[in-house]
Design a protein around this ligand. Structure first.
Ligand SMILES: NC(=O)c1ccc[n+]([C@@H]2O[C@H](COP(=O)([O-])OP(=O)(O)OC[C@H]3O[C@@H](n4cnc5c(N)ncnc54)[C@H](OP(=O)(O)O)[C@@H]3O)[C@@H](O)[C@H]2O)c1
Length: 344
């Protein structure tokens, strides 16, 4: 098979190369998947540089998220949830390749009517945002939700989940194009958060459109960037602030007196660990997401301003992602655009 194999750590994505390596043989306990599309993640960039928390022994194939078809079921027999030809998406080490072996718990069925391109970006972002907003912050109809980096991968998922639950969304993003995208995915208000004035803008919106407790600020903050401290300036009594990530690169420190004074909760979410500590919630979260998909309230967020076709485009895709140039999920269509975008 062809794959972006890492034999030694590289300085950056543009040093990656596509090579030919043996196609994995069907395994006793894993499915062999023919990959159609691969989703990119910032941690892929860290991993190829040797800077990620999970570094398999060299050599290994880069990438984690994928969508494709089942080429072979586990050879040990027993009951298999998927059969040859099924359209699946999931995540495991080695998605920047034409084939990968994946265990059953790392696979889900591509929703009806979804392309491989859209499904390849679903496995990480959708449950992070749904789990955070619904299970951790208890979002309800009538809530106001502030979504930071709203045009990013988890951000666009959060905008859609919050809207689907009947909330009003204030979205922040760093460029006009990203704010336009956040609006297209349902945000009610958009704000440029690159300056210092944005908490005042949030407060003004709440004062103008909300009454009672809500006039002081938002009920929920969804933060994948590291902006909890500044966000505490524009939250209502009893607000919940979700710590999702630190895209800005700093693990921030928060003045805890504000947490007390505003009677708020700061809530973390580590989606990857739910499979270990809380498997029943994993099933509930995915059911919730698939319900929203079936109701037409959650759609794919594949970045469309540039096309990444074939494994040779993985370096450029990762460079664009790392350069903060993109929105939504940056997806590489491994088998070519036509097949990857097919919704059959
Ligand atoms: N807690 C969990 O379980 C979980 C799960 C998935 C992801 N995450 C984390 O969530 C964060 C976002 O993930 P994602 O997939 O949405 O990433 P992404 O698609 O790359 O989006 C990140 C966004 O952060 C904003 N940003 C602000 N400062 C930045 C900086 N210095 N460099 C780059 N981007 C910056 C950018 O938006 P603007 O240009 O508009 O500012 C960018 O669109 C990451 O830290 C990731 O590790 C956590």
């Amino acid at each position: 098979m062809r794959a972006v194999q890492v034999s030694e750590y590289v300085k950056g994505p543009l040093d990656l190369q596509v090579t030919t390596v043996p196609t994995p043989t069907p395994s006793p306990d894993k499915y062999l998947i023919e990959i159609h599309s691969a989703g990119t993640n910032f941690f892929d960039i860290l991993q190829i540089q040797g800077k990620y928390q999970h570094q398999p022994p060299l050599p290994w194939v880069g990438g984690a998220e994928f969508a494709g078809t089942v080429a072979a079921v586990p050879t040990a027999g027993g009951s298999s949830r998927f059969k040859v030809g099924d359209r699946v998406f999931g995540a495991t080490q080695g998605a920047y390749a034409t084939h990968v072996l994946a265990p059953e718990q790392a696979l889900l069925s591509v929703p009806t009517g979804w392309s491989f391109e859209d499904a390849a970006g679903l496995f990480v972002t959708a449950p992070t945002s749904y789990g955070g907003l619904v299970h951790r912050a208890g979002v309800q109809a009538g809530d106001w939700v502030l979504v930071h980096a709203a045009a990013g991968g988890v951000g666009l998922a959060a905008v859609q989940v919050a809207k689907a639950r009947g909330a009003t969304v204030i979205a922040t993003a760093g460029t006009p194009r990203k704010r336009e995208i956040a609006r297209q995915f349902g945000a009610d208000y958009v704000i440029d958060y690159r300056g210092r004035a944005w908490p005042d803008q949030v407060k003004k919106l709440c004062a103008a459109h909300r009454s009672g407790n809500g006039a002081a600020g938002v009920d929920i903050v969804y933060d994948p960037v590291g902006m909890i401290d500044a966000s505490l300036k524009c939250v209502a009594w009893n607000a919940r602030l979700l710590v999702i990530g630190f895209a800005a690169g700093q693990i921030e420190k928060v003045a805890l007196n504000r947490v007390l004074l505003k009677n708020v909760s700061i809530v973390g979410l580590h989606w990857g660990q739910y499979a270990r500590f809380e498997t029943e919630t994993v099933a509930a979260v995915w059911q919730g997401i698939f319900d929203l998909v079936a109701q037409g309230k959650f759609k794919g967020t594949a970045f469309k301003d540039e096309s990444f076709v074939g494994l040779e485009s993985v370096p450029r895709a990762l460079q664009a992602l790392g350069g903060r140039e993109t929105w939504g999920k940056v997806v590489v269509n491994v088998v070519g655009n036509e097949k990857a975008k097919s919704r059959l």
